[in-house]
Ligand binder design. Structure first.
Ligand code: FDA
Length: 305
């Protein structure tokens, strides 16, 4: 019960634009520096280099929230392109993650599509994969529609994420056979009309979509900190003789770092999602919502600054 109250509280805070604007000015506060690599591209590249040295590969994300104008979308697009160029220049083992609302999805879907094309043409030049994060339910179908359009020109270079808490997830995974998908439990607050609410139902559906995508021969990124799910996926792949090259595990920067390294040492691809930028507030609140124990990050950060 307390968990649900805290989850809803932090998800509510994550949408507060005034606090978001304030947080941009504070710098990385409240312990956010433990889960955000820094405010600049060079800080992000340093973090990625350090992770690569430990046998971990990465995906880097320039944080951005509440993009409401064409100009703001252009700035975000430019950041994505600069990030791709920095990855290529530094030679780190890393790809790019982004959100379509950052690129203007709420301003005009066609503008967002054009911005994605500009990013993917740079990604193609450097041969760097681009992952579209999945946002809340109201953007789900638009995200899949844009992905399908982009695949006509950039198949293999672009993928998205599917959220197991959505009833539609299994159908989406079937339709997206052959696409490199990141499979997650889901981070937003969704209504019972569209999403499972109970943890055991979400976990069951999560394993179901993972198995479905793996069995179809498609590349699968299993993004979770849940060691029980991870063990079940390893067992399943051993039993079904699915090669380690057909899937990877993913975790967020700063979470379960021992487990991250252990999985890499076992010979699995372990990719770390490395967020950076001034817009850390919404990302950080969503992480607190997922796991209220993470509040200890915030308290430590609060008292140590
Ligand atoms: P969950 O939070 O359900 O935890 C399950 C169990 O794992 C816990 O009970 C505990 O035993 C253990 N555990 C979890 N965290 C732990 C910790 N820090 N320390 C110790 N034990 C821990 N969401 C989305 O909607 N769209 C997206 O695009 C993405 N992208 C994304 C990328 C990556 C790389 C990750 C890892 C996650 C996302 N997510 C996401 C977020 C995702 O949907 C989900 O909200 C979080 O990963 C939390 O769920 P988990 O599966 O990690 O386990």
């Amino acid at each position: 019960m307390m968990h649900v109250i805290l989850r809803n509280f932090f998800l509510f805070l994550s949408k507060n634009q005034i606090l978001n604007r304030g947080a941009r000015k504070w710098g990385l506060k409240l312990g956010a520096s433990q889960v955000v690599a820094g405010e600049t591209i060079s800080k992000a590249m340093n973090a990625v280099r350090g992770l690569n040295e430990k046998g971990l590969v990465c995906t880097v994300d320039h944080l951005g929230e509440f993009v409401k104008t064409e100009e703001e979308a252009a700035v975000s697009t430019e950041y994505c392109i600069r990030t791709l160029n920095a990855i290529a220049k530094t030679g780190v083992n890393c790809n790019l993650s982004l959100k379509l609302t950052q690129l203007g999805l709420d301003v005009e879907p066609q503008l967002c599509y054009e911005n994605m094309k500009a990013i993917l043409s740079t990604a193609k030049k450097h041969d760097i994969f681009v992952r579209i994060d999945m946002e809340d339910y109201s953007h789900c179908q638009q995200t899949i529609d844009i992905l399908e359009k982009l695949r006509r020109e950039y198949d293999g270079l672009v993928g998205t994420a599917i959220q197991a808490y959505l009833y539609r997830a299994i159908d989406d995974v079937k339709k997206l056979k052959g696409v490199n998908l990141r499979l997650v439990k889901g981070a937003y607050r969704e209504l019972p009309e569209v999403a499972f609410q109970k943890k055991d139902e979400i976990d069951d559906n999560y394993l179901k979509i993972i198995k479905q995508h793996l069995r179809s021969g498609s590349y699968t990124a299993v993004a979770t900190h849940d060691h029980q799910i991870i063990e079940k996926v390893k067992d399943f792949c051993r039993e079904e003789k699915i090669a380690k090259t057909q899937f990877e595990f993913q975790m967020l920067y700063g979470f379960r770092t021992d487990l991250q390294e252990q999985i890499a040492k076992e010979g699995y691809t372990m990719r770390i999602y490395v967020p950076y930028g001034k817009d850390w507030y919404g990302y950080f609140m969503r992480r607190l919502a997922e796991r209220p124990q993470n509040v200890s990050f915030a308290l430590r950060g609060f008292f140590s600054k």
